[in-house]
Every structure is written in structure tokens, then in C-alpha cells.
Design a protein around this ligand. Structure first.
Ligand code: F6R
Length: 614
């Protein structure tokens, strides 16, 4: 949540910062702003409410020149989205400027103290206390680094900040406190970059450092130095990022979401590449650090996640129970801490998170560890906090996901869980070599099957044209495809703002059936698996109440045409992998409905890609 960019070097800072913010706009779009240290040694600022394009328009008529700058795109927490609440925030006497991501939990107390000392606040934000405190320390004669450290030591909550000061025109400082979203340092040749996420600076450098909790970095154009909050020097790990800058750009597609839906065959290939040994029928997950002893010690698995990642976990439960015979619960990470979960040394907790930064998920991870669980994670963002705190993890190979609505991270995380279930099943002795081989073989066709669905892209566009005016949708699925119904409904509601419910099909008659009439499209997951006949009878029940049925069905199933009003065919897929293939038509349908409605597909209202606040 909130995107941060900083630059120091010989380029025009505004070009680098605005270019970077453009790639981070998925993190928040309530307002945007940037500041540079101008040639005259003063801080100059531009800020605008709304999307980055407004700031770009301002900069076009009123440019900022300078070679050191910071910028921000905001998802509002404290203070309404307005120009005065937009970042960067400048201190009262104009010596310091700050951009910030997170929440200063004790900001009210700190603000009262500062006001009592005569500081006049200009905004309603919690951020402003940071910049005013730093300036107070500077005025008391402290050096910038010390002033920043003293300030950060007093902040409560998870916070990431970048600080620029006219007192030190050769320096940028940034820091991370807790899980407020990452701070990534990009190391260039005589230039340095700061960003909350890799894509913002990927076109300039692949060498990156991820700040850890309670670390401060001091950057000049030629050097970097990292210390902890007490000033002790830290030797960071430098990561070589393999992501391709082109894959972080929209290319020929109209929206990132559309591009990312179409990238799924490739991301599925990348997911199995190097991990699935098709020749010997084995799965290797090196970062999981699995041993036979650990796999056998685990008596219970709890999957924790939010949103789309939670729905991925709902499907994963079927994989872990069927393949590894491991009893599995799935919990909303945001609830996990509040129901006193039963977790002990025999429990493994698996966090699924695209961003690796979701505050609720990270807090649930910490609790699981405190209670003695083995913590595993499936994470897309390289170097994110979730991987660092886990005992073992699987790096998703989805590549950068920029569209706010998650697509390829969902399908790749399904395959990651499937592979983990296979690895655990083998180590726990729950799989015969024949079954393991079959499960592994089933993966080989998956990217191809996903690609086949995408070939029917224009059918979904046409179907969206028939349904985009509907006000409510019901999505029904059973067994593992119940997860797909939930995910399909979420995709529709978040990008088109149409109300949609995902429901277990068998539960329809216990309530939701009352909603069905001739205005209610009912999307039914009815591919041919063990529950096919049951789904047909749900379809018949919906039809008997005049519902309009759109069925996702297996290619060749002509009989279903008699039951459903519209059929979306997908290729036959082994049941445990069917959510991967069955989700794609629902992603495309949601996408085209939103496009027909003229909605902002990549940046839906009120949402942000990484939810780093509770
Ligand atoms: C929906 C969506 C969200 C995220 C959720 C968790 O399309 O993207 O529901 O899935 O906020 O995010 P991660 O996976 O980053 O923890």
C-alpha cells in the first residue's frame, strides 16, 4: 500500500521518480506527489489529488529540476485524499521532506507533544509527525542520520520512510520498521534508487538489497551504508533480480490484467521448470528444506491467506488431504489471530501471499511461529518479508503481477500447493510410486490446457456483452471447484463493482435459492469430475427458478447444452488441477464485463495491490 520511489544520481530525478511511481500506481492512487532538491538548495514540491496522471500534468506545466528526489503514490489511511494530505510532507521550516508507507500508531501523542512545542501542522496525516520530529532534532544540532534514528526509535507501528534534507544534499535516507511494505534499494553505477517494489526500478538495475525490519540505509550517488536502528553496521545481501523489465510492462495489451491472464501458460511453465523431474516422476522444492523427519512430524496443516490467496488455499486443502493425507484447515489470515488457533510443534502453517507483504498474513505468520509451528510460505515477490521469516518457502514463478486483481498468482500458487503436496506425500509415504508418477505426469499438460482456454478469448468478450448490465451474479461450485466459484465471484465484483456471491452449490437450496429469478445469472462450475451429476441437479434447480445458467463444462459434454443457457468449454483436466483451468474463463469473463462497463480494470476503486495495513 502506497508506492515510494527515491533517486540520487546524475539523471533528472523527476523522470526516474515519476516513471517508477507509474509502475507502482497499483499500490495506491488517491494522490501522488514528488519533491526534489533544486539547484538553489531548497526543497521543491508538487502534489495532486487522484491518479498519477494529474501529477504528471502539473509537472508538465511546472517542472521540477534536480538530481535527487523522492515521490509517493498514496492509499489513504489517516486524512482524506486531498492535496494537503498528499505526500511528500515537508517540515515546518522546510529543511526536511519525507514520504511514508504504513501507520504511525502513536501519532496522536507525538503530534500533541510537537504542537505543545509550537510546531504547526499542515496536514491531517500521521506522516507529518515524522518529518516535524526530524526537523526538531536537526534544530537541536543533531546530524541528519542521528535525527532520523532518534525519530524512528519513537514511532510505534509498521512504517517505511524515505527522507531527504537540504542539510545533506548528497544523501537520501530510508528505513523500514516492521511489515509496512518493503523498501528495495537499487544499486546503479554512480546512482542509487529506492522503491517499495522491484518493477519501479527494474529498468535501471538488477542489483537490489531488501531492507530488513529496523534497518536504515544511507545512500549517496556512489555508496550505500546500512545500519540497524542503534547505528550498528549491517552487511546486506545483494540480490541479482532475474525478472525481465519487459514482463513488467503492458506491451500490446490494453490492461495489465489482460496481459497477466494471457501470461498464465508461461507462468505455469516457469512454475514447474526445474522443480518437476518428469523423467523420474519426482518433485524438488529446494527452498522448502523438507526432510522425511519433518514431513512425518507434521500432523496438521493450516493455510493462512487473504482474498484470492485464501481461495487458492481452499483448493489447496483438497490437494494436501488427497495427496499427502495431511489434515488441512484454511483460515483467513485476518481472523487467525483472533480465534485462539490450536497450533503446536506438530502443526505446519502455510502462508500464501503474492506480495509477501500483506500485514494480516505476516502478523498471522508471526503468531504461528510464536506458537511453535513450522512456517512455510508460497510467495511471488522476491525478497519479501514472508520468505524471510519462513522456515521453508516456494518462490512462485508468476513474474511481476501489476494488475490489482490477482490472476496468474492464483493459478501458479495452486500448482505450488500441488507440488508441495506431492513432495510431502512422497516423504510421508502416502503415495505409491505409480500415483506420484501419475500426479507428476498430469502437470506436464497443464500449461498447454491453460493456453487452449485462452484461445477462446473472443467468446468471453461476446458473453460479457450479454451480461454486463446484470446487477447480481451467483457463482456455484462443489468440492475443489467451490474455491473457483469464490475466486470467480471476487474477480467480477472487484473490477466491475457488480455484486457477486461465490457459494458451495449444495448450499444453494439452504438460502440463496430465494434470490434466483430471471434477472440472476448463475455461473456453475460443472466440469466432469466425481461431482458432475450433483452439479447438473443444481443447474436444474436454478433453471426451475428461471435463473440464467452459464456453465463451465468439459469439452465434448454436449448433454449440458440442454441444461444450461450458455456453456463455456474447457479442456478435460485431472480433478485436482481443474481449478487452474476452470478459473481462466471466469477471469476473462470478469475482465470483459469490466471493460464493457468502462471500469478502471487495473486500478479498481478503493483497492490496492499490497495491503500493508490491518
Ligand atoms: C484480489 C486480490 C486480493 C489479494 C489479497 C492478498 O484479486 O488481489 O484479494 O489476493 O489482498 O494479497 P497477497 O496475496 O499479496 O497476500
Amino acid at each position: 500500500m502506497c508506492g515510494i520511489v527515491g533517486y540520487i544520481g546524475s539523471r533528472e530525478a523527476s523522470a526516474v521518480v515519476v516513471g517508477g511511481l507509474k509502475k507502482l500506481e497499483y499500490r495506491g492512487y488517491d494522490s501522488a506527489g514528488m519533491a526534489v532538491l533544486a539547484q538553489n538548495g531548497h526543497i521543491e514540491l508538487r502534489r495532486d489529488v487522484g491518479k498519477l496522471s494529474n501529477l504528471q500534468a502539473t509537472l508538465a506545466t511546472s517542472p521540477l529540476a534536480g538530481h535527487i528526489g523522492i515521490g509517493h503514490t498514496r492509499w489513504a489511511t489517516h486524512g482524506a485524499p486531498s492535496e494537503r494530505n498528499a505526500h511528500p510532507h515537508v517540515s515546518m521550516n522546510g529543511r526536511v521532506v519525507v514520504v511514508h508507507n504504513g501507520i504511525v500508531e502513536n501519532f496522536a501523542t507525538l503530534r500533541d507533544e510537537l504542537e505543545a512545542e509550537g510546531v504547526v501542522f499542515e496536514s491531517d496525516t500521521d506522516t507529518e509527525v515524522i518529518v516535524q520530529m526530524i526537523e526538531r532534532y536537526l534544530e537541536a544540532g543533531e546530524a541528519l542520520e542521528t535525527a532520523v534514528r532518534h525519530t524512528l526509535q519513537q514511532l510505534k507501528g509498521a512504517n517505511a520512510v524515505v527522507v531527504m534534507s537540504q542539510d545533506r544534499p548528497d544523501t537520501l535516507l530510508c528505513a523500514r520498521l516492521g511489515n509496512a511494505g518493503g523498501i528495495t534499494l537499487g544499486l546503479g553505477q554512480d546512482e542509487m534508487f529506492i522503491a517499495s517494489d522491484i518493477p519501479a526500478i527494474l529498468e535501471y538495475t538488477r542489483q537490489m538489497i531488501f531492507l530488513e525490519n529496523r534497518q536504515i540505509a544511507r545512500l549517496t550517488r556512489h555508496s550505500y551504508e546500512i545500519t540497524d536502528l542503534d547505528g550498528r553496521s549491517v552487511l546486506p545481501e545483494i540480490h541479482q533480480i532475474s525478472w525481465d523489465p519487459v514482463s513488467a510492462a503492458k506491451g500490446e495489451y490494453k490492461h495489465f490484467m489482460q496481459k497477466e491472464i494471457h501470461e498464465q501458460p508461461q507462468s505455469l511453465i516457469d512454475t514447474v521448470r526445474g522443480r518437476v523431474d518428469f523423467e523420474n516422476g519426482r518433485v524438488h522444492l529446494p527452498e522448502m528444506n523438507l526432510t522425511p523427519e519433518l514431513a512425518q512430524r507434521v500432523q496438521k496443516l493450516i493455510i493462512i491467506a487473504c482474498g484470492t490467496s485464501y481461495y487458492s488455499g481452499l483448493a489447496g486443502k483438497f490437494m494436501f488431504e488427497s495427496i499427502a493425507r495431511l489434515p488441512t484447515e484454511v483460515a483467513y489470515a485476518s481472523e487467525f489471530r483472533y480465534y485462539d488457533p490450536i497450533v503446536d510443534a506438530g502443526t505446519a502453517v502455510l502462508a500464501i501471499t503474492q506480495s509477501g507483504e500483506t500485514a494480516d498474513t505476516l502478523a498471522a505468520c508471526e503468531l504461528a511461529k510464536q506458537k511453535g509451528a513450522t512456517l512455510w510460505s508460497i510467495v511471488n515477490a522476491v525478497g519479501s518479508q514472508a520468505t524471510r521469516i519462513s522456515h521453508g518457502y516456494i518462490p512462485m514463478q508468476a513474474g511481476p503481477e501489476i494488475g490489482v486483481a490477482s490472476t496468474k498468482a492464483f493459478t501458479t500458487s495452486l500448482v505450488d500447493q500441488y507440488m508441495l503436496a506431492c513432495a510431502l506425500g512422497e516423504l510421508r509415504g502416502t503415495l505409491s510410486p505409480q500415483r506420484l508418477r501419475q500426479l507428476v505426469d498430469d502437470l506436464a499438460q497443464l500449461p498447454y490446457l491453460a493456453g487452449q482456454v485462452l484461445e477462446h478469448d473472443e467468446e468471453y468478450e461476446a458473453l460479457a456483452g450479454l451480461f454486463f448490465k446484470a446487477k447480481n451474479f451467483l457463482y456455484l461450485g462443489r468440492g475443489i471447484n467451490y474455491a473457483v466459484a469464490r475466486e470467480g465471484a471476487l474477480k467480477l465484483k472487484e473490477i466491475s463493482y457488480i455484486h457477486a456471491e461465490g457459494y458451495p452449490a449444495g448450499e444453494m437450496k439452504h438460502g440463496p435459492i430465494a434470490l434466483i429469478d430471471e434477472t440472476m445469472p448463475v455461473v456453475c462450475l460443472a466440469t466432469q469430475d466425481g461431482l458432475y451429476d450433483k452439479m447438473i441437479s443444481q443447474i436444474q434447480q436454478a433453471k426451475a427458478r428461471d435463473g440464467i445458467v452459464l456453465a463451465v463444462a468439459t469439452e465434448g459434454d454436449e448433454a449440458i447444452r440442454v441444461e444450461a443457457d450458455h456453456v463455456l468449454y474447457v479442456p478435460a483436466t485431472p480433478p485436482l488441477l481443474s481449478p487452474v483451468v476452470n478459473t481462466i474463463p471466469l477471469q476473462l469473463f470478469a475482465y470483459y464485463v469490466a471493460v464493457r462497463l468502462g471500469a478502471d480494470v487495473d486500478q479498481p476503486r478503493n483497492l490496492a495491490k499490497s495491503v500493508t495495513v490491518e
